[in-house]
Write a protein of this length. Structure first.
Length: 234
């Protein structure tokens, strides 16, 4: 089978079409991606710290701000966090190269789970923003709207077979999904400094810094890997 560099650049050729030897050199072994385990552990720590306190499903004891004027705030918040948790852990599987290349069916299934969970979580999140405290409302709204857009575009491009574009948008989605982990770290560290920072500044920073920094890092990674051949699932 001939190799067409233009088709590969467009994201419509697998690297294994260059020959078995080349494919074997580019396929990663799961343990050669040492960042996947720390990523999972950090995400698990975030879940334990921020989501687990809501396990009793009791609104009167939950650590939530005042929300006068919206009777569905509590169930919407629970739905947002529940589907958001599914999205966060599903996206880790999505960005794991070994899983994507050796188990494409798992990649496709978890991808669909991620898309559904992300869209539901995002819509529910936007519904409660106007009734939450004003600090950080613009930042969290922008991040959530961008999340909904890139997830939708990424899914559509996958269905169209435009996998290079799909990869790009889903990496943007990964950056936005992991925004909450940054936010938790910023607030937790800021409150434990020798000279604590005002919580209002911390909350505002938490709504902006995470997703902006993540998107910059993902874009730098895309520039770095721009010439790298892509292996696409069968």
């Amino acid at each position: 089978m001939t190799y067409d560099i233009k088709k590969e650049a467009a994201g419509i050729v697998r690297t294994d079409e260059r020959g078995p030897a080349a494919a074997n050199r580019t396929r990663p072994v799961w343990w050669r991606r040492p960042w996947i385990v720390p990523l999972f552990l950090v995400t698990l720590g975030w879940w334990i710290y921020t989501v687990l306190p809501f396990q009793d499903l009791n609104e009167s004891t939950a650590p939530i701000p005042p929300h006068d004027g919206y009777a569905l705030y509590w169930p919407s918040l629970l739905g947002h966090m529940g589907f958001g948790t599914v999205a966060v852990f599903a996206v880790i599987i999505q960005v794991w190269p070994w899983m994507r290349r050796t188990h494409p069916r798992v990649h496709r299934i978890t991808g669909r789970v991620y898309v559904v969970a992300a869209l539901i979580s995002g819509v529910l999140g936007l519904s409660i923003v106007p009734f939450a405290p004003p600090i950080g409302q613009i930042g969290v709204s922008m991040a959530t709207i961008l999340w909904l857009i890139v997830v939708t575009v990424g899914f559509i491009r996958a269905r169209q077979g435009r996998y290079a574009v799909h990869r790009r948008y889903m990496l943007y989605a990964f950056a936005l999904t992991m925004n909450n982990v940054w936010g938790t770290v910023i607030v937790s560290v800021g409150l434990r400094l020798p000279e604590p920072v005002d919580v209002g500044y911390l909350l505002e920073a938490a709504r902006w810094v995470g997703w902006v920094v993540n998107l910059i890092l993902v874009q730098l990674w895309l520039y770095h890997t721009d010439k790298r051949p892509e292996y696409l699932p069968r």
